[in-house]
Design a protein around this ligand. Sequence first.
Ligand SMILES: [Zn+2]
Ligand SMILES: [Zn+2]
Length: 291
Amino acid sequence: MLSNKHVKFQVDSLTVEGYSVAGEETVISIPELNLCFDIGRCPEHALLMDNLLLSHGHMDHSAGIGYYFSQRGFREMSPGTALVPAEFKEKLERLLDIWGEIDGNRPPANIIGLNPGDEYQLRRGLFAQAFETNHSRGSLGYTIIDRRNKLKSEYAHLNGPEIAKLRQSGQEVTYVLDVPLVTYLGDTMPGDYMQLEHVRNSQVLITECTFTEPDHMDRALAGRHIHVSQLADMLKECNNEHVIITHLSRRTFIRDAKRVIKSKFAPEIYKKVIFFMERQKKAALMPDEIK
Ligand SMILES: [Zn+2]
Ligand SMILES: [Zn+2]
């Protein structure tokens, strides 16, 4: 039952593709932004992204990193850039060195260590902002920011040459507008990150929700994950237009998860929710499950 949890859908102008099952594999790519959040076992769609944003070191999120760099080298693609929690930079470099000794080729790799609050420019006008999450050593979330220069409203009535003239005279005619496009929380418990403006106002929020059963709160706490009843509270004050729920457990059936979430969430929040898990289809079942 592997393939039926691979999903691909459109959220406004973004394609969101990948796979996320708790404890097994998480990898989510967004080709329009040329990035993937976590790498899982490095499926093809993630390999094609020039930027990999790693949330934490758990193997189900990070294992494919060696393959990512090695395959990109093999295919003569650009090396690719991995943004990682700062304390993993050296360790990952060493890991690639050792893989290089085993493989015979040490792939080129651009590994950038980030601390909470750091910002990295992905391309012109597009930035990744790292923030602290509440899961494992150094774990990070990321907000992707579209930074635009906008004309100040007091100059809106002017034509091109008039604006150029003002500019030449040293007048500041534009201001910077940050539009938070997507936030990825990775794995985390609830935490202070929900107070961050760019998280609360992200057009798309990708959040984990590992546990949905009422008696699994203790398991959520032990694993430092989010339980559905906490998610309902977390989302109350947020302005996100879409909330993508990832990292459900393998045992969760989407119809059950939907029912629980519908019962916990206010209708205006529930209607924003998208499950990062395909509806289980008969055709996708393994032969021994087709009765
Ligand atoms: Zn995980
Ligand atoms: Zn984890």
